[in-house]
Design a protein around this ligand. Structure first.
Ligand code: SF4
Length: 196
């Protein structure tokens, strides 16, 4: 499939829906990037790249969505949770502008705050929630060695594991970190100690 698509790109032919779907779902990212680069230089042979200096002033890192890839958010009440005032956010934007930023990207967080005792003094909601959790957890797991997990449990387990044993780093990243350290004059044994 990739060879067919590459031939079309090289011949300047239009891709069809099936090509597009395959590129979206199955194409190796590096190959996709190479094809896109080829089209780009065909359309812009001068090979000039432009960019904007952007700023991304989050007003809080409190979020309850639990996206698995996200290392930024903290749950409400976490010791590392923070929320900025309007003045602090404006100061961040001002400081980014002084450093050359011309755009502001506003990222928002999702936080839901409910005080159940306001409408449920008897604690029914908490009991029902516990019952529901127990019911979900009682489901037979797909794999006997992997328990049924609730949202957030994977993240909490990963965080505990990495807090205790560090963040795994692949060989390429490890070599890149050592090279970056060497490029600014940090000895390799010092860099190794910092990575470990
Ligand atoms: S919604 Fe945004 S901040 Fe919240 S967990 Fe997902 S990526 Fe992170």
């Amino acid at each position: 499939m990739l060879a067919e698509i590459r031939a079309k790109v090289e011949a300047g032919k239009r891709l069809d829906r099936a090509d597009g779907r395959w590129l979206l779902t199955d194409a190796p990212l590096v190959e996709l990037g190479a094809l896109a680069q080829e089209m780009r230089f065909r359309l812009h042979p001068e090979r000039q790249v432009s960019f904007v200096i952007d700023s991304n002033p989050n007003y809080t890192n409190v979020c309850v969505t639990d996206c698995q890839f996200c290392a930024f958010y903290r749950k409400p009440g976490d010791a590392e949770a923070w929320t900025l005032t309007v003045e602090q956010v404006l100061e961040k934007i001002d400081s980014a502008a002084r450093m050359g930023a011309t755009t502001v990207l506003r990222n928002n967080m999702l936080s839901i705050y409910i005080a159940p005792n306001v409408y449920d003094a008897e604690g029914t909601v908490a009991r029902e929630a516990a019952r529901f959790v127990a019911w979900v957890k009682a489901s037979p797991p797909l794999r006997p060695d992997a328990p049924v997990l609730l949202p957030g449990e994977v993240e909490r387990a990963t965080r505990s594991e990495r807090t205790a044993h560090g963040v795994p780093v692949d060989d390429k990243t490890h070599a890149d970190l050592l090279a970056a350290a060497a490029s600014v004059g940090i000895a390799s044994d010092t860099a190794e100690a910092m990575i470990a």
